[in-house]
Design a protein around this ligand. Structure first.
Ligand code: ADP
Ligand code: MG
Length: 258
């Protein structure tokens, strides 16, 4: 767990619920994907959601953002029932940021044009918009990349762009869908550092999902494991890898982190 020690600036202590999923069930046609799922996400924690491909991780993000309606159950943010609030209103009033697994930017616009586009949607005041975009450019070290079309950026640069676009709205909750997929080790480390800084410097609550445990467990405070539509285990990275249900349903006997 050397990575955690290196990245962790403060350990997570608050236990105040910010986002709550209450008795969520989801059916696609007649097939049940999520089964009476309950989840509390605490203010300013980094929560990892683990589970095999197809278990329903992206579906949970779609239900939180409003891209999909659950078949049953509620989504509450700061205690307010958002289940019937439309996507845009949920994103703006409840400060939800979402980084999808694929895309999330306009391929034929340059990096700066993508940032300006999102800036114009969210920030009406010109000076404020400019200072927010300037802050993001320096925070993410985008200076040499500004005029490059998004489609020509590397995988890691694209991921940084989409994360930075989600930050323009000053989210209090950021959802990251498989951010480490198909990236090299150094880029994954850079993203892990960004995630931990979002929590410790920007005070953002981060929910990150992945179907592979190792990279995710290095940068989260708490993780849950999903299996057959339910949360079968929850705990700190060290706790969850020892959990017998999580080991038999997901990690396997050989799994270790060091
Ligand atoms: N729009 C849809 N219609 C029907 N089935 C879907 C739809 N979206 C997802 N599914 C199915 O729901 C299950 C969960 O999908 P998903 O949430 O994308 O899983 P994960 O993100 O964990 O890989 C999968 O079996 C998938 O095939
Ligand atoms: Mg997915």
């Amino acid at each position: 767990m050397a990575l955690i020690k290196k990245f962790r600036i403060k350990s997570f202590k608050e236990q105040q619920t910010l986002l709550k999923l209450e008795k969520i069930s989801m059916f696609y046609n007649k097939r049940q994907i999520l089964n009476n799922l309950n989840l509390n996400i605490n203010k300013q924690e980094v929560l990892g959601m683990l589970g095999p491909n197809g278990v329903g991780k992206s579906t949970i993000f779609h239900i939180i953002t409003g891209l999909k309606d659950p078949s049953y159950g509620k989504v509450l943010i700061k205690g307010i029932d958002c289940t019937n609030i439309p996507i845009y209103e949920r994103a703006t009033k409840f400060k939800l940021g979402y980084v999808p697994q694929h895309g999330g930017f306009i391929q034929d616009l340059s990096l700066i044009e993508n940032l300006k586009l999102v800036g114009e949607i969210h920030i009406k005041e010109k000076e404020l918009r400019k200072s927010k975009i300037d802050k993001i450019i320096s925070q993410f070290e985008f200076d040499p990349l500004l005029t490059i079309k998004a489609k020509h950026l590397s995988g890691g640069q694209k991921k940084k762009l989409v994360i930075s676009m989600a930050l323009i709205n000053d989210p209090s909750i950021l959802l990251l869908d498989e951010p480490f997929a198909a990236l090299d080790i150094l880029t994954i480390k850079m993203l892990q550092e960004i995630i931990v800084n979002l929590q410790s410097i920007e005070k953002i609550t981060v929910v990150v999902c992945d179907h592979q445990a190792r990279d995710l467990l290095s940068c989260v405070d708490r993780a849950i494991v999903l299996s057959n539509g339910k949360i079968i285990a929850s705990g700190s990275p060290n706790e969850i890898i020892k959990d017998s249900s999580a080991r038999s349903a997901y990690f396997g006997d050989e799994f270790k982190i060091n």
